[in-house]
Design a protein around this ligand. Structure first.
Ligand SMILES: [Zn+2]
Ligand SMILES: [Zn+2]
Length: 162
């Protein structure tokens, strides 16, 4: 499936914060863990992995930090006016392989209607009736590696040349 040429844009519900993605995202998956469910106040979180160098923001976000099960910390950025969560980023471990990757909340993209998750993780805590298509990758908890999700994204989507 072909996606529009970069950059992609998006923003919070009230429009005070707008962002631009200037480089190809790595993957997009749905997370059914209880943290993501509370964060999204819905069925699941949606994580679009974007390299930090490929993300530009206009506006001033607020930040909340939480501990994760793996013992790391996650900085969670949101709009102080309307409360939309915009992205998460691991903090406190600059050498961690994911420290330069942002998990952007994909439902905020202006092209969100064109793309969907290539996998679902933490399905063991999914809400009753959550539809998880058979043809997508699934993991009943946190995957040991995200390589398969990255590969599946690259197989499913091609980004048009600018
Ligand atoms: Zn807002
Ligand atoms: Zn989660």
């Amino acid at each position: 499936m072909e996606l529009p040429a970069l950059p992609w844009t998006g923003g919070c519900q009230c429009g005070a914060l707008r962002f631009t993605i200037t480089g190809p995202p790595l993957t997009l998956y749905a997370c059914h863990c209880t943290e993501c469910r509370r964060q999204s106040a819905s069925l699941h979180g949606l994580s679009l992995w974007v390299r930090e160098a490929h993300f530009r923001l206009t506006g001033v976000p607020a930040k909340w930090t939480r501990d994760t099960d793996s013992g790391r910390r996650t900085d969670c950025f949101f709009c102080p006016d309307c409360g939309s969560r915009l992205w998460h980023k691991g903090s406190g471990e600059p050498d961690h392989p994911l420290s330069a990757i942002l998990s952007v909340k994909a439902g905020l993209l202006d092209i969100a209607h064109l793309l969907g998750p290539v996998g679902h993780i933490w399905t063991r805590s999914a809400m009753a009736g959550a539809a998880i298509p058979d043809d997508l990758l699934t993991c009943d908890r946190q995957p040991e590696s995200f390589d398969a999700l990255i590969e599946a994204f690259n197989e499913r989507y091609r980004i048009a040349e600018a």
